[in-house]
Design a protein around this ligand. Structure first.
Ligand SMILES: *Cc1c(COP(=O)(O)O)cnc(C)c1O
Length: 352
């Protein structure tokens, strides 16, 4: 066994590392790329891989960006970080602030955070303020505060977040030996699609990859400002991590789409839930609802007749399903509840 390296050390040649930059890690990065043959066969695509970003220390890809943003904040002598969050950014900010002895200030939309994510922000000891408003309003408040006060903004508008998150593309290229043909990804505030596209382009420039993937971004139907071409004042979806009506990374996401020859489309909540179930029942992968938007997108395009045969497809599973068990339980079929008696159980199983 080796001491955990993390992305700062592993990818220091590709990150904004300087002499006073602290190299620390909570174990982010190096997440599994799981080959899912049963789902690939069902959808008729050549090879399908799920990138399990829920395996990061706080259960989402946000950790890759946060470790870089927090290291840069430390290097600059900052004592506090601040973010608006639908849940995962705050969980990650709180954890890295705790590790580094910084204060994390977190502004969340009231009543809209999955319980697992809120529990994380609480247990890591951050200062939490819940506002009577949505994510977009929380982000506006945080932006104004970061202008006026000595705190470092760690939302994905912080360019170091994107730098860290691009490392997931490096890992995919390392494992596959090249970029995939298609890269499916949920789109919320649109930082991650920007980061992956940057990562793939850097792989190409560094000679690590011969091709670049088409970037296939998916928003939730009730929160699809980029697809509709206008901001959404009251975004609605069960996928809380992508419940965003005015993405900060809008223009960059559109650029990633156009430069890669990809698309940004939307999926319904039902499509998200059934993709979440398919990943769980046919690949043993339990992602949170927002994470399932990528696979839901692949399913939707397949049903529309798009042909992925012979193609290598990666779907990012952006966060673990354990953060948001309410939705999985609410949509589960009932299970048998019986007396603690072998005969009764055998009978119910049809084995007697
Ligand atoms: C943050 C997040 C997203 C959306 O990513 P953006 O960079 O905001 O587009 C999707 N899924 C999960 C689980 C997230 O935490």
């Amino acid at each position: 066994m080796m001491l955990t390296t993390g992305i700062l050390t592993k990818y220091k040649d590709f990150l904004p590392i300087t002499p006073h930059y602290p190299l620390f890690t909570l174990g982010e990065g190096d997440t599994p790329l799981v080959k899912c043959d049963r789902v690939a066969t069902e959808l008729g695509c050549g090879e399908l891989f799920l990138k399990l970003e829920g395996c990061n220390p706080t259960g989402s890809f946000k950790d890759r960006g946060m470790v870089v943003a927090v290291a840069k904040a430390m290097e600059a002598g900052s004592k506090a970080i601040i973010c608006a969050s639908t849940g995962n950014t705050s969980a990650s900010a709180a954890a890295y602030a705790a590790y580094c002895g910084l204060t994390a200030l977190i502004i969340v939309p009231g009543g809209q955070i999955a319980p697992g994510k809120l529990a994380q922000a609480i247990i890591y000891g951050s200062r939490i303020i819940s506002i009577d408003g949505n994510f977009d309003q929380a982000l506006n408040i945080v932006l104004a505060l970061a202008e006026k006060h000595p705190v470092t903004l760690v939302n994905s508008l912080n360019p170091y977040r994107i730098e860290g998150q691009k490392t997931a593309a490096f890992e995919i290229v390392e494992v596959l030996g090249d970029a995939p043909d298609y890269h499916f990804i949920p789109v919320g505030n649109a930082g991650n699609i920007t980061a992956y596209w940057q990562g793939y382009q850097e792989c190409r420039q560094a000679g690590k990859a011969k091709k670049k993937p088409r970037m296939m971004g998916f928003q939730a139907e009730g929160a699809a400002p980029i697809v509709r071409g206008r901001t959404i004042a009251a975004p609605e979806t069960i996928a809380s991590a992508i419940r965003i009506g005015n993405p900060a990374g809008w223009q960059k996401a559109v650029a990633a789409r156009d430069e890669s020859g990809g698309l940004i489309d939307m999926v319904t909540d039902d499509e998200i839930l059934s993709a979440q179930r398919l990943a769980a029942t046919s690949a043993g992968v339990f992602g949170e609802p927002a994470s399932a938007a990528s696979l839901a997108g692949l399913i939707k395009l397949t049903r529309q007749g798009m042909d992925f045969s012979g193609k290598t497809v990666v779907c990012v599973v952006t966060g673990t399903g354990l953060k948001d068990t309410d939705i999985a339980l609410k949509n589960a079929p009932p299970f048998l509840e019986l007396a603690a008696d072998i005969t009764t159980v055998e009978k119910a199983l049809g084995w007697s």
